[in-house]
Unconditional design. Structure first.
Length: 170
């Protein structure tokens, strides 16, 4: 999944735990792995070095890496901005929402940390990330992007409907 998709899903997840930052952000962090278990499209990075053993993958920093880092940075920023815009109603705590987006995105930057450090607890987290990640990929962005947009829209609709339902109960 793109970082934008992870961010929005994490913000939605956090919204289910108002008043509890630790619980909201932990659930958002875990949402990353649930989302990655779904077959999806990811954009390619020129700096990624893939190996037969996925624990030996790496991100090589060269002059060409700048375009990858800009792409990743824009994706990360878009995830935070859209999460805040989508969940901008007064009933949503902005720090809970932004934290949810951040913590849902965090497992991917932690992969980069693993590639550079290769120590615990990053090694165990990387093993979990690899084990859970969907083995089937959507290769065509013309299918993958609309699929992720659909997942985001369904998540937003479900989240809003659930919160409306809870309001009626209270």
């Amino acid at each position: 999944m793109t970082l934008t998709t992870h961010g929005i899903l994490g913000a939605a997840t956090a919204s289910f735990f108002p008043g509890s930052y630790p619980l909201a952000w932990a659930a958002s962090f875990l949402s990353h792995f649930f989302a990655d278990a779904i077959p999806h499209w990811d954009y390619e990075t020129k700096s990624a070095k893939k190996n037969l053993n996925p624990l030996a993958n790496d991100f090589i920093i060269t002059r060409e890496s700048l375009s990858d880092l800009v792409k990743i940075g824009l994706d990360f920023s878009l995830g935070l901005v859209l999460s805040r815009l989508i969940f901008s109603l007064p009933e949503y705590d902005p720090w809970l929402i932004l934290g949810g987006a951040f913590f849902a995105i965090l497992p991917d930057p932690l992969q980069f940390a693993y590639w550079k450090i290769r120590r615990e607890p990053l090694t165990s987290l990387q093993r979990l990330h690899i084990a859970i990640h969907a083995k089937t990929k959507i290769r065509d962005w013309r299918i993958g992007v609309p699929f992720q947009v659909a997942i985001v829209l369904l998540t937003i609709v479900f989240t809003v409907q659930f919160h409306n339902f809870l309001e009626k109960l209270i």
